[in-house]
Design a protein around this ligand. Structure first.
Ligand code: GDP
Ligand code: FE
Ligand code: FE
Ligand code: FE
Length: 187
C-alpha cells in the first residue's frame, strides 16, 4: 500500500473535516519524524490511516471485537477508543498493510501504551498537536514537541487523563500504563 492508495482509502471512508484533520496529522507527524530521526515513510503511512475506522458503525466494531477475538475489555471503556484498535485490524484485513510499526501506531494512537515505539509516539503526539487543535493545554505540549518527544508525549497523556477525569469518562488501562511509564522513566 503506497501513500496514494492509503489517501484514496481514507478519502472514501472519512468525512471532509476528518480527512482535513488527517492531512494535518500527516504533515505534523512528518515534521516530528524528521526532527527526532524516526522512519518518515512508516510515520506518514500510519498517520494517513490512523482514523480509518472513525466512522464505522459502533455496533459493527463491537461485533468485530467479539467475533475476531480482539481484547474484549475494549468494550467496557466507551466507544471513542474502538476506532483505534479496530482500525488497526481493518487496515490489516482490508488494506493488506502488514508492517507492525504502522499497525501498532494506528492501534495505540488514542490511548498510548507503556513502552511505545518511536513511530507510535510520533503519531500519538501529532494527532494531539496538529494545528487544528485549539484548546489551551495544547500550547505547552507544542513547545516541548520542538525539543523533547518523550516529555511531549508525557504531557499529552497527563492532559488527556485530566480531561477524561473532569468529564468522569472511564480511562482505558493502557492510558494509565503509558502515563506511569513516562512518569517513572523521564529524566
Ligand atoms: P481523534 O480520533 O483524532 O478525534 O483523536 P483520538 O483518537 O486521539 O481520541 C478520540 C477520543 O478518545 C478523545 O475524545 C479522547 O479524549 C478519548 N480518549 C483518549 N484516551 C481515552 C481513554 O483512555 N478512555 C476513553 N474512554 N477515552 C479516551
Ligand atoms: Fe483517532
Ligand atoms: Fe490522540
Ligand atoms: Fe485523529
Amino acid at each position: 500500500m503506497n501513500e496514494e492508495q492509503a489517501f484514496h482509502a481514507v478519502r472514501q471512508s472519512l468525512k471532509k473535516r476528518r480527512f482535513e484533520h488527517t492531512e494535518r496529522v500527516v504533515e505534523e507527524a512528518a515534521k516530528l519524524a524528521q526532527r527526532f530521526h524516526v522512519n518518515v515513510e512508516k510515520v506518514r503511512l500510519a498517520a494517513i490511516l490512523h482514523d480509518y475506522a472513525k466512522y464505522r458503525p459502533i455496533e459493527e466494531m463491537r461485533r468485530t471485537i467479539k467475533e475476531k477475538g480482539l481484547r474484549t475489555d475494549l468494550l467496557l471503556y466507551g466507544d471513542e477508543i474502538l476506532h483505534a484498535f479496530v482500525g488497526a485490524y481493518y487496515v490489516q484485513q482490508e488494506l493488506k498493510v502488514n508492517d507492525e510499526d504502522v499497525l501498532t501506531a494506528i492501534k495505540y494512537h488514542t490511548t498510548g501504551r507503556a513502552k511505545m515505539t518511536q513511530v507510535e509516539k510520533v503519531v500519538f503526539l501529532a494527532d494531539y498537536i496538529e494545528p487544528g487543535r485549539t484548546f489551551e493545554a495544547v500550547n505547552e505540549v507544542r513547545d516541548w514537541a520542538e525539543k523533547d518527544l518523550d516529555m511531549a508525549c508525557f504531557l499529552t497523556l497527563r492532559n488527556t487523563i485530566d480531561f477524561l477525569v473532569k468529564k468522569e469518562i472511564p480511562i482505558y488501562p493502557d492510558t494509565f500504563n503509558a502515563y506511569n511509564d513516562y512518569c517513572l522513566n523521564i529524566k
